[in-house]
Design a protein around this ligand. Structure first.
Ligand SMILES: Cc1cc2nc3c(=O)[nH]c(=O)nc-3n(C[C@H](O)[C@H](O)[C@H](O)COP(=O)(O)O)c2cc1C
Length: 210
């Protein structure tokens, strides 16, 4: 299969030839996904766990993936924010159907620095900034009119001035302890390559049965 960049995407994975650093392997697959025609290759399912051990999942957008981890932005007082405050372990899941690929990432979350959150917040369109200030994410609202009234009020409040980042909105960084790269193959003999971070920071790489 060819990505829209024209490069051929190799649809197989081998534990002997995958990149030794899973972050680099992720970046290579992410380049393939963003070079394809897929809608939202940056969409990932984030699973968190409540204090009584009940999981919940939702989509968030990946903003950065590097040595420090995978970054997304949200409301710290949302349902997910409250769950993360009680249990920092979380899982991320990408599904890139056109490429028959899935990537699972597990690890722990910490908040991004205020500087990084400010920088990203200030890069967002003004109406998204006002939306973030307005929305008490995950709380019950009476009706849509109530939300729109609060939005209009904030538009007036910040008229002709920059919208400051609300303190309850910012980034999280997931520091991975495990990655799994899944490549669909024929006859259900899919490739599954797991990376587990060992004490000392090196990665153990193994193939799993599909
Ligand atoms: C394509 C897509 C992208 C989304 N991106 C984000 C995001 O980056 N951050 C965010 O807080 N919510 C995002 N959402 C909304 C979340 O899925 C979710 O509704 C919201 O964060 C509240 O989740 P919670 O109540 O579990 O905290 C996105 C939803 C979709 C469908």
């Amino acid at each position: 299969m060819k990505a829209s960049s024209g490069e051929t995407v190799v649809k197989e994975l081998d534990e002997r030839t995958v990149l030794r650093d899973p972050v680099q392997q992720f970046q290579a697959w992410y380049r393939d996904a963003t070079g394809s025609t897929m809608i939202h290759p940056d969409a990932m399912t984030l699973a968190t766990v409540s204090p009584d051990g009940k999981p919940s999942a939702r989509i968030v957008l990946l903003k950065r993936a590097g040595e420090k981890g995978l970054v997304f932005f949200t409301n710290y007082e949302s349902r997910k924010g409250n769950e993360i405050a009680g249990n920092s372990f979380a899982a991320l899941l990408f599904y890139w159907g056109e490429l028959e690929r899935q990537v699972r990432v597990e690890g722990s979350l910490t908040r991004a620095s205020a500087e990084e959150s400010d920088e990203y917040f200030s890069s967002r369109p003004r109406e998204s900034q006002i939306g973030a200030v307005t929305s008490p994410q995950s709380k019950v609202v009476t009706n849509r009119a109530e939300l729109e009234r609060m939005f209009a009020e904030n538009e007036r409040r910040f008229r002709d001035q920059p919208v400051p980042r609300p303190p309850n909105w910012g980034g999280y960084i997931l520091k991975p302890a495990r990655f799994e790269f899944w490549q669909g193959r024929e006859a259900r003999l899919h490739d599954r390559i797991e990376y587990i971070r060992e004490n000392g920071g090196s990665w153990k790489i193994r193939r799993l049965a599909p």
